[in-house]
Write a protein that binds this ligand. Structure first.
Ligand code: URA
Length: 212
């Protein structure tokens, strides 16, 4: 089951991202903030171990974060999202994947394929792999990335962190990769004929980098 992060502060960031009047530089900052707070929320379900520490006046019980994290950044839209997550997961190793969606018109249908011109994934064996992509739309790119991550090794846990997912994308991931846990701020109902999420927030890469 996909988990929707319902914290009102995160939801207020999402509202600003959806607003078409949010300027690209502000959009980019808010994606970074969203990445930071999403990582904070996700960390609840990761590994901590009990320790004791010596304060200047005695001994106290405490916790240290001990999940070994691999963050996967998908160029280019996930750059600010991963940047924000790295502020929480400071020791994360980072994999970079460049993915390009290719649209193919067949009769009345548009088919989406994906090509990966560049890929550099660290060792994932026994690690918690977090794949960050702002939009989980058709899930075609995500399915290709999950395949490549699993070819690389056997992660302890796989997490998909996304700002907005479509119902269609969530259903595809749950069917094909039930071991991947999706965290999102919203699940929108529709996809348009170009594979964009409706109402969504538009093209996350264009909105973050001021291109269109
Ligand atoms: N990628 C985006 O940036 N936006 C969408 O709505 C779908 C895919």
């Amino acid at each position: 089951m996909a988990k929707i992060l319902t914290h009102p502060y995160l939801q207020s960031l999402l509202t600003k991202l959806r607003d078409k009047n949010t300027k690209y530089s502000v959009f980019r900052d808010i994606v970074r903030d969203s990445g930071r707070y999403m990582a904070y929320e996700i960390s609840r379900e990761l590994d901590f171990k009990k320790v004791t520490v010596e304060t200047p006046l005695g001994i106290a019980e405490g916790l240290v974060f001990c999940s070994d994290i691999v963050l996967i950044m998908i160029l280019r839209a996930s750059l600010p999202l991963v940047d924000g997550m790295m502020e929480i997961f400071k020791h994360a190793r980072v994999g970079v994947i460049s993915a390009k969606r290719i649209e193919e018109k067949k009769e009345n249908n548009t088919i989406f394929n994906v090509v990966i011109p560049y890929e550099r994934i660290p060792d994932v064996d026994g690690k918690t792999v977090i794949i960050a992509d702002p939009m989980l739309a058709t899930a075609t790119t995500m399915i290709e990335i999950l395949k490549r991550v699993k070819e690389r090794g056997k992660p302890k846990k796989i997490i998909i962190a996304t700002l907005i997912a479509s119902e269609y994308g969530v259903n595809r991931i749950e069917r094909l990769h039930p071991d991947a846990q999706i965290y999102t701020l919203a699940i929108d109902k529709e996809l348009n004929e170009n594979g964009y999420i409706i109402p969504g927030l538009g093209d996350a890469g264009d909105r973050a980098f001021g291109t269109s």
